[in-house]
Each structure stands twice: as C-alpha cells, then as structure tokens.
Design a protein around this ligand. Structure first.
Ligand code: SAH
Ligand code: SF4
Ligand code: F3S
Length: 486
C-alpha cells in the first residue's frame, strides 16, 4: 500500500508525523518538492549515485537508498560526478576503510567543480567513532553522515542536509527497531535479496560486525513471507535470504520459529523458483535444516559454510564454538544428504598465534572437504575486537606466504571440483548478456556456478536447461537444451 502513496498529495507544510514509515514518506515529499524546484531552475533532474562497498546485506541497504532517491525524483547515475553521491561503506577489514579515504579525495575534486553537490557517507564504517572524528576534522566537505541503525531515516536526513549548509551527523549506538514498507529499487528484475534478520550476537574475536551492526533481530515471518509474495508478483523468481547467521533466525521472536521452519513456509510460495541464503554459521546448522534442504525442490544446491580456520586451537581463540572434527563431520553429513551440493567457505590466515602447524590443519580441512570455492582473507586487526589486543600477531611475510599457499590449494581443488559437472544438463537462470563474447548470455546454476552460452536478451530472467560442454576453471561454456522457461 505504501508503494501507492502519491507524494504530491502529502501536506509538506504540516507538522511531520511521529510514526514510521509515514514520517519518512512526509520527508520524501519534502525532498520531492526540492527536486521539482531544482528541475525548474536547471532544466534537468538532479542525478544521484549510490556506491555499495560492502557485503550482500549492504547491497540490499543500497537498494533501499536507491529506492528512496528514485521516489524523490533523482535520476540514477553510475558515475560519481553526480549531484548527490552516497557511499555505503564496509569496515570488516582495514583495506575497506582505506579505499573510502582514497575515493573521497576524488569526490572532493568533483565537488570543487559543482559546489551544489552533496556528499553522504553511511554504513558500517560510520559506526566507528574514530572514523567519524577523522571525517569531522579532515573531510569538512562531506554533507551527511549516518550509520547502520537509522538507515530507515534516510529521507529525513537527506532533507536536513538539502536544507542546510552544515555537516549533518546522526549515528545511533544501537536499535531494536525494524521499519518495514520503505521503497526499494532492485538491481535485477528477476532476483532479489530479502533480509530475514539484522545484527549479530556471535562476537567472533576478530570481527567488527557485531559492534557496527548491533544485536541480532529477526524480522517477523509474516513480513518476510509477504515481501517475498510481493516480489514474486513483481516477476522475481530467485531470492537470497540474508543475515549474518541465518541459522539462528527466529530465536528472539515473540513466537520463536527456526530457520528450517521459515524455509518450509517460503517453499510453499507459488511462482518462486529458487531460494538461496547466507550466511550459515556451522555451530547452528541443524539436522532439521539439512533435511529441509534435501527435501526441497527450490533451495539451491549451494551452501556457504565459513570455516575461518581448520585448527581447533585457533577456532577456540576465534570464539567460533566448533572444532575441526565437528566441522568436517558436518560437511560430510551435508554432502551425503545432498550429494550434488556445492560447498563454499571463508578462511582467514594469520590470526594471532596461528602456527605453521595450525595452518597445516587449515590446509588439511581444505583437502578433505574439497570446497567448490573459497574466499581467503588475510587477518586484519580491527580496533576494539578482542583479537586486536592478543599477543603474537603474525609477521606480514609469514602471513603472505601462508596466504599464497592456501590460495593455490583452494584454486586447484575448485577447478577439479568444477569438472565433476562437465557433460551434465543443468537448469540455468539467465542473468545478463556476456560482456566479452558477443551473442553469448551468462547464467547461474543452482549450485552457484556460472555458465556462458549462445543466446539473446529475451532469455534474461528465465530458467532454461543447458548442457555444460566444457569447464574452464571457474566457469562453464554450455549450450541450451531447452529454450522454454522451466
Ligand atoms: N557472518 C558471516 C561473515 C561476515 S564477514 C559469517 O559468520 O560467516 C565475511 C567474512 O570476512 C568472514 O567470514 C571472515 O572470513 C572475514 N573477516 C571478518 N573479519 C575479518 C578480519 N578481521 N580479518 C580478516 N577477515 C575477516
Ligand atoms: Fe562476524 Fe562471527 Fe558474526 Fe559472522 S558470525 S558477522 S564472523 S561475529
Ligand atoms: Fe562489511 Fe558491514 Fe557487511 S562491515 S561485511 S558491510 S555487515
């Protein structure tokens, strides 16, 4: 119903309403009037550029920012040479932060040429007080700064920034609020992320996410199911359920519900064809969930199961709450219940105190589990986390050497694993035209592998059957067997 609200009919001279999300629609209306005045003065619409710098959860937040900007009347723009630029930042590793400071220099250049330009920063990095201090001191050209907990207030904050010349800063320490029914502008017409929970309670000792995203909060199942039904009515065939630890979904609801139960409800939605989710924490992955995956027609044959380290000693210091053996047993259980599943993971090398023997344990798990792919990270010291003050931080050259060895192992295994599907027929969701090969389309298999095949843009958003002719390491070349939507 909120999608149908006509901003022109809202009385912007009245007092702002108190309740959400009505209050935000009031501020959208105020910004919309500002846009109309801009158009009159300049003979064109103002342009906005939303830059996403973080994980899939941040990407979904960026779609919400974009949705509000579109409703207000901004034209979407890829280039940062726009009238309004917003960076949705990440702070999970130090280099994510450094990237932001580097790019701000370029933005300042644009602003000198276009003094009316407004620059905003939001997202996880803004939840760190030291970052905001630095921006206040040395980056005075920024117009608006807000954090993760009050992102639903974007329309109101944007209005405040448009209406003033000062630097507007609004950061909340935490929240228990979940505001529903704000506009969203989706990147793809056929697939979409869906938040099922926010925050994280796990406090892995290296990780900053619980500090910048706050405590775990699950959305009500009815809200999730209704959002998915609306998405399906709008043409979406694949959804990705998002949360830092989806396996602990529902624990804090008034009527508790498990993630497996939620999946069973989602499976019933007619017209929805594929269900993905991330991320799963191994400590909470239940037998019930494995069974639901095995029985499901819609849950994709892919599970991202972050290992972090293969050494039980390091896992303990990381506060991961599982051992090497428990992890391996879990992976075996999943592979035997769902034989064609692709397993992927995240691994950190160089955690404080990690010895060569610990590292060998990680390599051992990699060789035994045989991941279809793995994201490998060099440990990054995050101020405020317990690991940052641990003794025995590992020297850079030792970490680099381990990282190279791990990467090689992981890549050799992934190539080998991908070969097992060569020659099979698979369902593929066609996503886009191939940018390098003219006349080719690119699609995604249920197991998250990518395949390129001859085709045309009329196929985008359809699920077709393709033969995987050849494996080229991390992707396949294929040919369509059936051009009818499955
Ligand atoms: N909630 C997810 C992960 C979110 S962060 C989970 O628990 O799996 C994504 C990945 O970044 C993590 O899995 C971890 O491998 C990596 N990461 C987090 N903090 C890090 C740090 N301080 N240094 C290096 N990598 C880190
Ligand atoms: Fe970070 Fe651990 Fe939470 Fe994942 S589960 S977000 S790694 S604290
Ligand atoms: Fe980064 Fe925040 Fe996601 S720190 S990984 S964008 S939750």
């Amino acid at each position: 119903m909120y999608n149908e609200i006509d901003l022109d009919k809202i009385d912007i001279h009245a007092e702002p309403p108190i309740e959400e999300p009505v209050r935000q629609y009031y501020f959208m209306a105020k910004c919309h009037q500002w846009v109309k005045d801009f158009e009159q003065k300049n003979g064109r619409s103002p342009k906005a550029c939303v830059v996403n710098m973080g994980c899939q959860m941040n990407a979904r937040d960026s779609e919400k920012l974009q949705g509000i900007l579109c409703r207000i009347g901004y034209a979407e723009m890829e280039s940062e040479d726009a009238d309004f630029v917003i960076y949705n930042t990440c702070t999970v590793r130090e280099n994510a932060n450094l990237k932001v400071y580097g790019r701000l220099g370029v933005l300042h250049g644009y602003k000198k040429k276009n003094p009316d330009m407004k620059i905003a920063l939001c997202g996880c990095m803004m939840q760190e007080p030291s970052v905001v201090e630095k921006l206040k001191k040395s980056y005075r050209f920024i117009d608006l700064i807000f954090g993760t907990h009050n992102i639903f207030k974007f329309a109101e904050l944007l209005w405040t920034a448009l209406d003033s010349e000062r630097m507007v800063i609004d950061i909340w320490k935490d929240t228990d609020q979940i505001v529903e029914d704000l506009p969203v502008e989706r990147k793809y017409p056929f697939k979409s992320g869906v938040n099922i929970m926010f925050g994280c309670n796990n406090f892995c000792s290296y990780c900053i996410v619980p500090y910048v995203r706050g405590r775990e909060r699950s959305r009500a199942p009815e809200d999730i199911l209704q959002e998915i039904r609306n998405l399906v009515a709008d043409g979406i065939v694949e959804i990705m359920l998002l949360g830092q630890n989806v396996n602990s979904y529902g624990k804090n609801l008034a009527v508790p519900m498990s993630f497996a139960e939620l999946l069973k409800e989602i499976e019933k939605i007619e017209g929805l064809k594929r269900i993905r989710f991330m991320t799963s924490h191994p400590k909470d992955l239940s037998d019930e969930l494995i069974q639901v995956m095995a029985d499901s027609q819609k849950i994709c044959r892919h599970l991202h199961l972050p290992l972090q380290s293969g050494s039980t000693t390091v896992l303990k210091a990381m506060n991961r709450k599982y051992t090497k053996e428990q992890y391996i047993r879990l992976a075996e259980k999943i592979r035997s219940a769902v034989p064609d599943i692709a397993l992927t993971t995240d691994i950190i090398v160089g955690f404080p105190g990690e010895t060569e023997a610990d590292f060998q344990e990680t390599l051992d798990v990699v060789r035994r589990v045989r991941y279809d792919s793995a994201f490998t990270f060099i440990y990054s010291r995050r101020t405020g986390t317990p690991a940052a003050s641990m003794e025995d931080q590992i020297p850079e050259d030792v970490v680099k050497d381990r990282f190279e060895r791990l990467l090689k192992e992981v890549q050799d295994i992934s190539k080998n694993m991908a070969e097992r599907f060569t020659g099979t027929d698979q369902e593929v969701l066609v996503e886009e035209s191939n940018r390098q090969m003219k006349g080719y389309m690119t699609g995604r298999l249920s197991n998250n592998h990518v395949v390129h095949f001859p085709g045309d843009t009329s196929m985008i958003g359809k699920i077709l059957r393709a033969h995987l002719d050849e494996c080229r390491g991390f992707y396949y070349m294929g040919s369509l067997q059936q051009t009818q939507n499955i």
